[in-house]
Design a protein around this ligand. Structure first.
Ligand SMILES: *Cc1c(COP(=O)(O)O)cnc(C)c1O
Length: 432
């Protein structure tokens, strides 16, 4: 956000409310159930700023799951073909919406398994280490599951801890410079087999300049993969145009598909027929026309679907269908524009507090962040979190001193952001 855009804000509840009058967004918010049990003590509605951890439940989700329960009760095994949304091709019902979300062609995406599982499946195919080139580049503070996954893949191929190159911020910094990442790739390019980044870092909220980094990784001869757990449904993405080799994401954070939600997976078109790559196979990746001929030899489908293993969990897919309809309705460009404004408002308000009480570690440039702000507070973060709880504000805390607050464009309001700020402001006054 530029300076001019920042000064569009005013520090008052009336001003926040004036930004909430748009009926279209108010109607979208109505599509979600606010967890008001969490704010019962405050006597107010819940200010839910943890949608980057678990998104809220769309009202229609219950009906979509109920419909599958009803069809199963009525039709038994016949539901595979005759349910209102037949189970056999059910995963295809979320393909087009998923492709739109990440900037892909439909043949490049599939929803299957859960996130870390897909990360492994993708590395089976796209981490191809050799004696000279076996290293994996990842952020130092990557989500632990990603760190375990890359380290165990290296080990699986017989390599030790030196196979992992960690991207580390400069002394005294919390976030990474694109130029430093590029420089590292240029310096050590010949050793690197795979660059694997979270496109928005879960801890700092930093969004990487993925197109530039992917281009350099490719110039150096490395594969480039993305974990979009904090990017899908948050940022506008163009995976196809950026030539990303593969990407995986979960659907329970920004995508509101519920706890344990399924994972999306992207494989670039250029690999659609890479049948010579190693891959772990299962019958759901076998050619659809004769999947039920039960042939002994695996004949993979072209495109991302060829990486499927099992017939998918229909209830989870039903929940995802319900949620993705709302993304199709809202559209990513509009969600992103609103997100930039909501997050900019939060930043503006926090910056008005006395210097030294809190500092935002997420980059100030809106191109280098999504909805989330990661905020370091002086004093006892846990005490502040307890205060949030009493006031019906839900955020989360990451050891040792970071609070993550995420206004979600789909359902949070400018008033939510203001109420969050008010709690912080009162708390900061008491800390003096
Ligand atoms: C949320 C998240 C995960 C969680 O993985 P699951 O397999 O869905 O449990 C992994 N990696 C990142 C970067 C995440 O943000």
């Amino acid at each position: 956000m530029n300076q001019c855009a920042k000064t569009q804000f005013e520090n008052s509840l009336e001003f926040a409310r004036s930004l909430d009058v748009d009926g279209e967004w108010a109607a979208l918010r109505q599509q979600f159930i606010l967890p008001d049990d969490l704010s019962a003590a405050s006597g107010q509605s819940c200010v839910y700023l943890a949608g980057n951890s678990l998104g809220l439940q769309p009202r229609r989700t219950r009906d979509y799951i109920q419909a599958e329960l009803d069809d199963w009760a009525k039709l038994g095994v016949e539901g595979h073909l005759h349910a209102r949304h037949p189970w056999l091709p059910y995963h295809e019902f979320v393909t087009n919406s998923s492709a739109r979300l990440v900037g892909a062609m439909p043949g490049e995406v599939v929803v299957m398994n859960t996130l870390t599982v897909n990360l492994h499946l993708m590395m089976v195919s796209f981490y191809r280490p050799t004696r000279e080139r076996y290293k994996i580049v990842i952020e130092k503070n990557a989500f632990p599951s990603d760190q375990y996954a890359v380290a165990s893949q290296a080990k699986f191929h017989g390599y030790g801890a030196d196979a992992i190159i960690e991207l580390t911020p400069k002394e005294g910094c919390d976030t990474l410079d694109t130029d430093d990442i590029i420089a590292l790739l240029q310096e050590r390019g010949s050793e690197i087999a795979l660059v694997m980044l979270g496109d928005v870092n879960y801890l700092t909220g930093q969004a990487f300049e993925v197109d530039k980094i992917a281009a350099e990784a490719h110039r150096q001869g490395a594969a480039f993969g993305l974990n979009l757990a904090h990017g899908a449904g948050n940022l506008e993405l163009s995976l196809h145009d950026w030539q990303i080799d593969f990407a995986v994401w979960c659907t329970y954070k920004y995508l509101n598909a519920g706890p344990g939600g399924l994972s999306g997976c992207f494989v670039h078109e250029k690999h659609a027929r890479a049948f010579d790559l190693p891959r772990f196979a299962g019958w759901w990746g076998h050619n659809k026309q004769d999947r039920f001929k039960m042939a002994a030899v695996f004949d993979p489908m072209a495109g991302a679907e060829g990486w499927q293993l099992s017939n998918p969990p229909i209830f989870q897919l039903a929940a995802l269908r319900a949620s993705l309809e709302l993304f199709d309705q809202a559209t990513m460009p509009k969600l992103r524009a609103r997100s930039v404004k909501l997050t900019g408002f939060m930043e503006y308000l926090l910056n008005s507090l006395s210097a030294g009480f809190c500092s935002i570690i997420t980059p100030t440039d809106s191109k280098q962040r999504g909805s989330q702000l990661s905020i370091r507070f002086k004093g006892d973060g846990k005490e502040l979190l307890e205060r949030f709880k009493q006031e019906g504000v839900v955020c989360d805390f990451r050891e040792p001193d970071i609070i993550r607050a995420t206004p979600i464009a789909m359902y949070n309001t400018f008033e939510d952001v203001y109420r969050f700020y008010e709690v912080v402001r009162r708390f900061s006054g008491e800390q003096k």
